[in-house]
Design a protein around this ligand. Structure first.
Ligand SMILES: Nc1nc2c(ncn2[C@@H]2O[C@H](COP(=O)(O)OP(=O)(O)O)[C@@H](O)[C@H]2O)c(=O)[nH]1
Ligand SMILES: Nc1ncnc2c1ncn2[C@@H]1O[C@H](COP(=O)(O)OP(=O)(O)O)[C@@H](O)[C@H]1O
Length: 358
């Protein structure tokens, strides 16, 4: 079972449309509009929850997204999945792949050291034993195979693969923790994992790192001194296949040769647009108040208008939140990123006067 199914329900679209739209909560014998739904597009319905924080007020019911269509085909049943709306426009994660010993970890460390507020590392799970200097929860989450297999079954992983005889995987949480911190996520994963992420709703940039030669790769792997001879042989054997797969058309957006470390690092920064002209300060978003219980929503162009207000306030004005859904992006499964939310104040003293406050 994957994250979408775990988060969602499977029931007929008919039931959804007839059952959900008139949804309201009876409270003190009056109908309080605590949950409001509006058809966003042919593929999803946006749901706004009253009495909640701006971070938790927007949910999407995926009715006919590509993911749903694939799931319907494989389960031969109706599938509808929830996806949480997440504010902010997190930059696309960066997937870095390449054979063992090519220098992925070295390049990633340099990037994270130079831009600590900009990048965050997706800490993978693995069943392999920790190396001397590796710390649990920092380099990897070192895990028992049976535990990891259960978590995979429960839909907690974005991708996983068997690499050099061990199980490795990226949990959905690992990617979302970084995005929630307002940072750009870096994934160090093998080619099979890159292929799975390509097929997932997560939009990413895919970079493959090549060695200047096979001999140099072997030299680096031996010089690192972290593997036994048997493990080195296995990694070198797998490297041949990985180097071939790295060239698969449409899989990687960029291929970098790591001959001279500094030159390769400069090329990596260049393709990520890190030429010094952009700010590395984390984005700050305006503080929004919690939504009240009683609200109503409507769709206007690519915006969802959430209105609320007490009777007294309504005499003179009406408070509005605007949920801009024009820049929606797929986050990890179960999250829809890119929601932009702001407040406006609609004055009653003249027609069509809208003032944006934040
Ligand atoms: N698919 C997948 N591969 C991973 C993940 N984490 C690490 N890997 C890959 O597993 C391989 C072995 O990693 P590791 O044992 O740290 O050895 P190293 O690459 O030689 O440093 C590398 O190709 C990593 O990119 C993951 O979460 N998913
Ligand atoms: N351009 C380079 N030239 C020489 N040695 C390198 C270069 N890049 C990385 N190394 C060294 O190669 C070894 C393997 O690098 P590492 O980053 O651990 O590879 P990976 O993460 O891809 O397995 C390390 O000892 C590292 O210092």
């Amino acid at each position: 079972m994957n994250q979408h199914q775990q988060l969602g329900f499977r029931f007929s679209t008919n039931l959804l449309v007839n059952g959900l739209f008139p949804l309201c909560w009876e409270q003190n014998r009056s109908c309080v509009r605590a949950i409001q739904a509006v058809l966003l597009s042919e593929d999803r319905i946006v749901i706004v929850k009253g009495n909640s924080s701006p971070d938790d007020c927007t949910w999407f019911l995926e009715v006919d997204t590509q993911f749903i269509r694939e799931q319907k085909k494989s389960f031969e049943t109706e599938v509808v999945a929830w996806s949480k709306g997440v504010k902010g426009d997190a930059e696309k994660p960066i997937v870095i792949s390449g054979p063992s010993g090519v220098g992925k970890g070295t390049l990633i460390s340099k990037l994270m050291e130079e831009f600590p507020s900009m990048f965050g590392f997706s800490v993978s799970h693995t069943t392999r034993a920790p190396r001397d200097k590796e710390k649990d929860g920092v380099h990897y989450h070192f895990t028992e195979r049976s535990v990891m297999e259960k978590d995979i079954k429960d839909g907690k992983f974005l991708e996983f693969a068997s690499v050099h005889g061990n199980l490795y995987g990226t949990s959905i949480e690992a990617v979302e923790v970084v995005a929630d911190a307002g940072k750009r996520c870096i994934l160090d994963i093998d080619v099979q994992g890159a292929r799975s992420v390509r097929a997932s709703p997560l939009e990413a940039i895919f970079i493959f790192i090549c060695p200047p030669s096979f001999e140099e790769l072997e030299k680096r792997l031996r010089a690192r001194g972290t593997e036994t001879e048997e493990q080195i042989q296995q990694r070198l054997h797998n490297a041949r296949a990985e180097l071939e797969q790295g060239q698969s058309p449409g899989l990687f957006d960029h291929i970098l040769v790591n001959e001279d470390l500094e030159a390769c690092y400069e090329s990596l920064k260049k393709l990520l647009g890190l030429d010094g002209s952009i700010s590395t300060a984390p984005k700050s978003s305006p503080k929004m108040a919690d939504l009240p219980l009683d609200l109503s929503i409507s769709k206007f162009d690519h915006k969802i208008l959430i209105s609320f207000g007490t009777k007294e306030v309504e005499k003179a004005s009406k408070n509005l939140y605007v949920l801009d859904v024009s820049s929606l992006k797929g986050g990890a499964p179960g999250r829809t990123r890119g929601l932009n939310m702001y407040t406006v104040h609609l004055f009653a003293d003249g027609p069509n006067v809208v003032k944006q406050l934040s």
